[in-house]
Design a protein around this ligand. Structure first.
Ligand SMILES: NC(=O)c1ccc[n+]([C@@H]2O[C@H](COP(=O)([O-])OP(=O)(O)OC[C@H]3O[C@@H](n4cnc5c(N)ncnc54)[C@H](O)[C@@H]3O)[C@@H](O)[C@H]2O)c1
Length: 369
């Protein structure tokens, strides 16, 4: 088992551990839950994860504990305020009180909505993240951003609310469809590009083992990936500066998701977003050409797309993408901002920069040549 400690001390100590386990995960979970001494437990999960792994998690809860399982349908479209209410009502009906515990058991959707329920239920009760997708293991379960989507945009209603612990079992990845593995790998590669050249080389060298889900390599990958997110989150819990570097590939990635009506998986959109933003960085003389080529190479090696054409998008979507980026949360006074890499493993010192629309348009057009 590997353990990473996140040190978050604000007005109170919000520090917690991320446990990266395989066969021993059940006993770790049992200890973590026992140490919180909850009056009852609400396991928030989705229908797919429930079918595959609910029996396992239940068998590791402390003996005799009162628990309720709240299942939501799987998928982003259920990360809504309505579904949050549904979960809360189930918990209220069961009698979960202020000393109760939420276990968010699933991918990023369940983590975000389950965490948000915990943040507001009786003004806040403890919660644990038990992530089951690669994306949630290295990204969404860490950092305390919890939210639901609205018709006006994704993650528009939410909070910063830290879990008491994150318990990862890499064996859960064995049941995850390969598209979802790739979806998470895009964020893993992003972590390497923004902060760690050695990690980038590790990902290049160990591609076969990683794609074959060899436990040792997965644990190492998750440990380094989480450590990178830890460093960023510790120094900037509420996204005022350094945390912006996590947005690399996301200014364009979010626009791609939006114009595809969220049919393109997040990681695939971010993969192309990273290439485009790296091209922008190269065009304004920041990122060397050689590093740009390496970024494209690693994404291709992991079976991720590197152009808008590969995503089967048509040139006519360009204007919609620019419009989206102008009104996105990351823009400032309508000016498009991007977090750009300086070289592999390092981002620009100011974390993000305003970028001229004419430059973005020319990079977009090049994507279709
Ligand atoms: N809070 C944050 O900091 C943060 C960061 C990044 C992304 N997110 C959010 O995360 C969400 C995406 O997360 P995701 O990619 O994990 O999607 P997801 O939760 O929708 O999971 C993807 C699919 O995999 C299934 N699944 C989960 N675990 C499985 C397993 N072990 N075996 C088989 N199937 C399994 C799910 O049922 C679902 O159908 C988005 O809502 C995004 O906004 C949040």
């Amino acid at each position: 088992m590997r353990e990473i400690r996140l040190n978050i001390v604000r007005n109170e100590d919000l520090s917690y551990s991320v446990f990266i386990c395989s066969s021993e995960w059940g006993s770790v979970l049992n200890k973590v839950v026992s140490s919180i001494k909850p009056t009852s437990v609400a396991i928030v999960t989705d229908t797919i994860v429930s079918k595959l792994h609910l029996r396992s998690i239940v068998s590791y809860l402390p003996e005799g504990i009162n628990y309720v399982t709240v299942e939501i349908p799987a998928g982003e479209k259920y990360k809504t305020r309505k579904m949050k209410e549904y979960i809360e009502d189930k918990m209220l009906k069961f009698g979960v009180d202020r000393k109760g515990l939420v276990i968010a058991f699933g991918g990023g959707v369940v983590g975000d909505i389950g965490g948000f329920v915990a943040a507001t239920y009786m003004r806040g009760i403890p919660f644990i993240q038990v992530p089951t997708t690669l994306l949630s293991m290295i990204d969404s379960s860490i950092g305390g951003k919890v939210a639901v989507d609205t018709p006006y945009g994704k993650n528009m209603i939410g909070s910063f609310y830290q879990p008491k612990a994150v318990v990862i079992n890499v064996d859960f990845l064995k049941t995850l469809p390969s598209e979802q593995i790739k979806n998470g790998l895009a964020e893993v590669i992003k972590h390497a590009i923004i902060a760690d050249k050695n990690f980038f080389d590790f990902l290049l060298e160990n591609r076969n083992d990683i794609l074959e889900l060899v436990n040792d390599k997965l644990e190492e990958l998750i440990e380094v990936g989480c450590s990178i997110k830890k460093k960023v989150v510790e120094s900037d819990e509420k996204e005022s500066g350094l945390r912006k570097i996590l947005n690399f590939g996301h200014t364009v990635g979010h626009a791609i998701e939006s114009v595809s009506n969220y049919k393109i998986l997040h990681g695939f959109a971010v993969s192309v977003g990273m290439v485009i933003e790296a091209q922008v960085s190269n065009k304004i003389g920041i990122l060397p050409k050689e590093d740009l080529e390496k970024i494209k190479e690693i994404l291709s090696l992991y079976g991720l797309p590197t152009s808008l054409r590969e995503l089967k998008l048509k040139p006519r979507i360009i204007s919609d993408m620019v419009r989206f980026m102008r009104s996105d949360k990351k823009s400032i006074s309508g000016e498009i901002h991007m977090s750009l890499p300086k070289r592999i493993g390092e981002m620009i010192d100011s974390f993000s920069l305003p970028v001229e629309e004419s430059l973005i348009l020319s990079v977009f057009r090049d994507q279709f040549i």
